[in-house]
Ligand binder design. Structure first.
Ligand SMILES: Nc1nc2c(ncn2[C@@H]2O[C@H](COP(=O)(O)OP(=O)(O)O)[C@@H](O)[C@H]2O)c(=O)[nH]1
Ligand SMILES: [Mg+2]
Length: 368
């Protein structure tokens, strides 16, 4: 039994395969890890398979799976999960975009109790080198969609990650397309995830296999994962729906506070309308904050912005941003686009609500 299995999916990587295998092997032995290297190849017509078979003669920790059916990157990785001879799987590309030096770091993070460790491009210290503008836009779009499901995870579509066997062992993965990590996050059995930064370097040789069809498959996958969560209430996405729902209830309660305070101050305390309204709005923000802090995001509170004042301030600022969004959408849609102001306002409220939830989730009450 190995300490970990480095799973490398390949398709036509004859120009890179020697180098990646040797670099991974060096890192493993330098860090005294008894690691398996598992190449999962989709029956490449180039020299990849021949080279791996030749390397296998001198490296007995190197294994090869050649797939002949159901061609695809995610499918290959899942086959790798099933063939691996260890309890920790680490997935990385063959084209040297992912630095092998991070392997021991990720391994130790798993050993330290994390279920999933993601090498992230989109966090401080991470980045992407030498990527054409078009690739950046596609990647940011995919990341944004992924973050709608996992607001706290900065790079939910990274191709470089490690995972404990029991996270994926019985998971109903429906691998398709490129983004196997999203599938693992959506359907795997996990509690703790950790991200570490890295700089992605675009391949120097060979060509990318990313095509338009893969983008469509990704959109399908996001919807499938959202749908899956409706029947699996232990999943991270379901927990997110619950928070979204609670946040909505709190928002509705804020309307009552706002209206009640307004009527009280105006009618009984005889304040002017603007003054009454400012107090009413502010009190409803405070009340919303309190309910969200003790109810909606109860489980995130101890890890979130540690200081109560910081959370309150952050919530305030986000709420003001939400109010501005509401205002701008209402006015732009009704004044310039001729949309009925009542409809425009509802749209404004909904978009401001989504903004409030998402930004607060990622800033005010985030665990990371
Ligand atoms: N087994 C298998 N590997 C693939 C397939 N498509 C891409 N890969 C491998 O997956 C990794 C990432 O692919 P790449 O084309 O570099 O994607 P990019 O970095 O997003 O442009 C590389 O190691 C490829 O060889 C596939 O259909 N099957
Ligand atoms: Mg690549």
């Amino acid at each position: 039994m190995y300490d970990l299995t480095v799973i490398i999916p390949t398709f036509n990587e004859e120009a890179n395969i020697r180098k990646i295998v040797s670099e991974v092997d060096t890192v493993l032995s330098k860090s005294s890890l008894n690691g398996e290297i598992l190449i999962v190849d989709d029956n490449s017509p180039d020299g990849t398979i021949g080279i791996v078979n030749e390397l296998k003669k001198t490296k007995n920790n190197l294994n090869l799976v050649v797939r002949e059916h159901d061609h695809g990157l995610s499918q290959s990785v899942v086959d790798g999960f099933h063939q691996a001879q260890s309890n920790i799987f680490l997935v990385m590309d063959a084209d040297l975009s992912h630095p092998p030096a991070l392997i021991p770091v990720m391994y130790h993070e798993i050993k330290a109790g994390n279920d999933i460790v993601i090498a992230s491009r989109y966090m401080e210290g991470g980045g992407i080198k030498k990527w054409p503008f078009k690739r950046r836009v596609i990647s940011l779009g995919a990341t944004f969609l992924g973050r709608l499901l996992f607001p706290e995870i900065r790079d939910p579509v990274s191709g470089f990650f490690a995972v404990k066997k029991n996270v994926v062992e019985y998971a109903a993965l429906r691998p398709k397309g490129y983004k196997i990590l999203l599938e693992v996050l959506g359907k795997g059995n996990w509690k703790k995830v950790r991200e570490i930064p890295f700089e992605f370097v675009d391949r120097a040789t060979g060509s990318s296999k990313l095509k338009g069809k893969i983008i469509l498959e990704y959109a399908e996958q996001v919807i499938d994962n959202a749908h899956f969560s409706w029947n699996h209430h232990g999943s991270a996405i379901w927990q997110e729906w619950v928070k979204f729902f609670k946040f909505g209830i709190v928002g509705l309660s804020g309307i009552i506070v706002n209206e009640g305070v307004l009527i009280y101050l105006k009618q009984y305390a005889q304040f002017s309308l603007p003054i009454s309204s400012i107090f009413a709005i502010e009190l409803s923000i405070m009340s919303n904050f309190t309910w969200n802090d003790i109810w909606t995001f109860k489980s995130d509170r101890q890890h979130a912005l540690s200081n109560w004042w910081q959370r309150l301030l952050s919530f305030q600022v986000v709420s003001i941003g939400g109010a501005i969004i509401n205002f701008v959408i209402l006015n732009v849609l009704s004044t310039f686009m001729g949309i009925d102001y009542r409809v425009a306002n509802i749209l404004g409220i909904l978009i401001a609500f989504a903004w409030n939830f998402w930004v607060n989730r990622r800033v005010t009450w985030t665990q990371l």
